[in-house]
Design a protein around this ligand. Sequence first.
Ligand code: FES
Ligand code: FE
Length: 478
Amino acid sequence: MTDQTAVLRDVRRGMIPAHIYNDSETFALEKERLFGRAWLFVAHESEIPAPGDYVVRRVLEDSFIVTRDESGEIRAHFNMCLHRGMQVCRAEMGNASHFRCPYHGWSYRNDGRIVGLPFHQDAYGGEAGFRRKGQRLLPAPNLATYNGMIFISLDPDAPPLEDFLGDFRFYLDYYTRQSPSGIELRGPQRWRIKANWKIGAENFAGDMYHTPQTHTSVVEIGLFREPKAEKRKDGATYWAGNGGGTTYKLPPGDLDERLRYVGYPQEMIDRMKAAWSPQQSQVIGRDGFMISAASLFPNLSLVHNWPRVADSEAVLPFISIRQWQPISENETEVLSWFAVDAEAPEEFKALSYKAYLMCFGSTGMFEQDDVENWVSLTNTAAGSMARRLLLNSRMGLLEDGVQVSPTLTPDEFAGPGTARTGYSEYNQRELLNRWADHLERPQPRAATVEVGTGHGPDSCDAEPAGTDTAPRRSEGDP
Ligand code: FES
Ligand code: FE
């Protein structure tokens, strides 16, 4: 048995017990206390634009149908039939007015209500034996959106999403609101890596230190305009709310010049200026920090970069959203979306997609460099020796706690939260502190729901249609 109190205490002082990157006991706690509580990204509204559109997404083992119902409301139904527990929808995405369970044929409207129960009278004696009224697929306990990003929480008592995101919303806008129309997503590409989920989240949150070493070859072949990876340390890292990220320091110029420098056409720049607050524009225009990678606790990361996509000086920016979906303590499914401003010119969208694939698609050059490290780290963390090792994650701090580089003032960095230049592990520590906060709290309470007895959920105000007839449009399970 691991002494979890000691583990959390060490994590809080920036000393990481190496085994937390491959430990079944830790993973069991994460499942229960962290993924059972935190707000988790499941989809973007642009993936389900029309009534009936749906995607199926998971929170660890829990499958959810994230759908837009006939009235346009976004819902997340637990993808388990109320009868014998079969997975109701087995397609990954589609459009359906109803979902019919493949096992015995119960069917549900896309707002979750039961609509068809074969042989209801013969098998159950009708409503007297099994009440359909008020029965619906279990909804995610909490659902909320920000800039079209759909988040759910399995904790019925979760704080509002806005509070959870806090000032990180300021930074989320750079990725997800470059115009009033917001972004559209393509993907996700999915692949599995034999690495612990926390490593990627920590890396994207603040690891500018790995670029000169891990990504040397990418710099050498000229994928970036900047010939020296060491330039990375001139950027600032910031932390706000439950997320944080890295930036690049840009050459002198105003907002327009700096956004052009990373490859944005003027018409997109004009829309960004209209969409962003003066403070958001200042971070780039006045202070010269271009938003790059970031992580939102616990397992969502965002990327903004601007590689050369052709043998010319021209660079092209791209945005990617990715989720580190844990499969086990030593395996992670990566879901990676390409994101682009919905109003961007078609030519820009095509080239930006190419830039994304080159860098961070499943075969992207950065992707391959990074994952090699993370798999190796995870393997090594499984052994007995790793249990004797406390990794030093205190970069940026002297032993007496004094910061190596001072915190930037609001005159130097206009964004909220705390920002610093130079290499450091502040953000990784912030992320793991939140991890510790969650792990030390007991599992969130949740009521059980009884099906068909009249003690079930009665949030549904309308009668089910009460027919055993076939759905009027396509079904979720083709
Ligand atoms: Fe779904 Fe029986 S398990 S209808
Ligand atoms: Fe990397």
